[in-house]
Design a protein. Structure first.
Length: 225
């Protein structure tokens, strides 16, 4: 459970660093990736529905994000599960285990910075960016009418949590539609995002979460064994 939450937290924070921007003409994958960062830096906030698949396990709910680094995920499956980052503290509530996992996150090189434009710059430093096929939109999947541009991020060294990350960017809405992240052990985390609502002037109160007092607390969970 702890290992899955590690990868899930990193993968989700990675997602929150991404949106999309359409580039006219011939654009290299690296240049396209940079426009993603530049465009996303101008978004004030967003909310979206999400579905997550990890092996045979499926999860769903709503994600909220506010610039520069506030994040909250409220799950409908599993019911009442919450992941919240308030800029300093990452909190994960697991109702089935009656557990609250907390991690203080500080410094430029941590997972929280992946939720910023500078975080995307760090990703381009540690990952090689390429098109899966090319810059022309392709169907999201077989039989789908939804067209996306697929980017592949391959790690440059063995210290990164994910060996390969695939971003599917909707060609019409210019937003991330799907993220597929493969761990070093071959596990695949798939994130699907729909029904985006942009720039709603979300308040900071949205990102304050008080977990149940009856739950057991575990601190520094990202780095403990």
């Amino acid at each position: 459970m702890k290992k899955m939450v590690r990868f899930f937290a990193v993968g989700m924070l990675l997602f929150c660093s991404a949106s999309a921007f359409f580039a006219q003409g011939i654009t290299t994958a690296s240049a396209y990736f940079k426009t993603v960062s530049d465009y996303y830096a101008n978004l004030k906030d967003y909310e979206a529905d999400f579905e997550i698949k990890v092996d045979k396990q499926e999860m769903s709910g709503k994600v909220s994000y506010k610039r520069p680094n506030l994040l909250r995920m409220d799950f409908s499956v599993p019911e009442e599960q919450v992941i919240c980052f308030n800029g300093d503290m990452l909190t994960v509530y697991l109702p089935d285990a009656a557990a609250v996992l907390q991690q203080s996150v500080k410094g430029e090189g941590n997972a929280a910075t992946l939720a910023t434009a500078s975080g995307l710059s760090l990703m381009s430093r540690y990952y090689t960016v390429s098109y899966e096929v090319g810059q022309e939109p392709v169907p999201l999947e077989n039989g789908s009418t939804e067209k996306v541009v697929n980017l592949l991020l391959s790690r440059r060294n063995t210290s990164e949590a994910f060996s390969l990350i695939k971003l599917a960017i909707n060609a019409e809405t210019k937003l991330i539609r799907r993220v597929e992240a493969v761990t070093t052990r071959g596990e695949t985390f798939t994130f699907n995002f729909t029904d985006y609502k942009l720039n709603q002037d979300l308040t900071d109160q949205r990102f304050i979460y008080d977990p149940p007092s009856s739950a057991n607390n575990y601190n520094n969970f990202l780095f403990s064994e």
